[in-house]
Design a protein around this ligand. Sequence first.
Ligand code: BES
Ligand code: ZN
Ligand code: ZN
Length: 497
Amino acid sequence: MQINLVTQPFASLDTEALVTYVFEDADPVQGRLAEIDQVAGGLLRKLAQSGEFSGKSLEFTLVHAPAGHKATRLLLVGAGKRDQFNSATLRKLSGAALRYLKSRGVHKIVFAVRENDATGESAQAIVEGAVTADFETDKYKTDRKTDKFIESISVAGYSEGEKSAGEKGIAKGRIIAESQNFARDLVNEPSNKLTPRILAEKAEAMAREAGLAVEILDEHKIAGLKMGALLSVAQGSSEPPRVIVVTYTPSSAKPGSPVIGLVGKAVTFDTGGISIKPADGMEKMKYDMAGGATMLGVMRALAALKPNVKVICVVPSTENMPGGKAQKPGDIQTAMSGKTIEVLNTDAEGRLILADAITYAKQLGVTHIVDSATLTGAIVVALANINVGVFGSADQSWTDRLLASAKAAGEKMWQMPMDEEYREFVKGSFADLQNIGSGKGGGSITGAWFIREFAGDTPWIHLDIAGTAWNDDPKPWLAKGPTGVSLRTLVHLVTSY
Ligand code: BES
Ligand code: ZN
Ligand code: ZN
């Protein structure tokens, strides 16, 4: 898809569709829209008076052959109330407009910002919305419609003076959204086409292309490092595990500056192991590697955005299978850190593999950690598919930074409590730790506390994306399937450091 910025007056834009947006509460025909209305001989005023557009959020009004305009179509998208309008709204609007027009066979779009919105931030949001909306999950359909595609999108409404900021926003938005789609594409792969070995190959190829250092630990190296918790999950499968390590080193990092560790769960398929899951819905467990895919996507974006901080990404990857050699409930394992774990439920495997990955990241020298994982069904009960669950250690300032980044990136995240009382839940009867609680509830917090035992004193954040990494119902701005959630927040967190 071609993306650029144009500064011509709206009426002279030669395009298949000129898109702009309308607010709900005020007179809809004002500012840049009044300009369009005037050229079109009062057409918009008439439409507004007839109630044909009201500015209600995501309401579409499509006008063919608007008078006085070179564009073949004018699409007005409802933007809701002016005082609630922000980059997050703009991102959705542009995505919804793209999908609406794409399904109607339009190939070239101009998205025009309204008065006051000609900023770098707006351009970034428009491009992020459009590029993520363009992502489809029909890769394996042999009858997919090849004539429905978007060839180009131009951002308009900028003056010559505003152009440079807009173009910077476009470039940034494109990098971020394409990295998000890279992650979504991995998540969309079924487990027969994405084993830990294949994920490692794809990560390696991405890192080489992006100019990032990469190391893949195979099962022998993993055993040499005594990653007993990861190996205990992997032993039930005939597919060997991998640990993917991708490093970004800035050209000028100050000595003593932080090293951020990004750790992502990548279980390429979670059957539950011997504590096997019910058949109904098990097919969705191919997305149990979304945390790892997200972190790889973040690294891809960072390679291009070049922040001033070193980042080490560690992705432990395995299948969780009930093979003949699978671990069994009650088995006691020794993690890389030396801590012993009673595996009371083999389906609580994410925390096991994260335990060793975090220990390894600390050994590599990270000073701050964020992990992202489809960790618990309980987070779906608590926050549904709306908010990512955020869990932090004692260093609230690190968590606050992440929450601020989530806000800036337009991703909904909600901090959960981590009181010391919950820590009791993961104390083991026959080993140091047990990998599930004893039926007292608080499933997501229990999982987080288990991981925290391995982060120790290192500032740490855990993101539970089990409810938000997969979109069950298609949205006007997003296809059904993987969302790539938390990528934008993490890119913001690192680049704003
Ligand atoms: N991968 C699952 C969590 C999950 C559930 C992800 C739903 C996406 C949607 C995880 O490994 C798991 O099975 N967790 C168990 C933990 C339990 C055994 C303590 C769960 O949530 O049921
Ligand atoms: Zn599981
Ligand atoms: Zn899992």
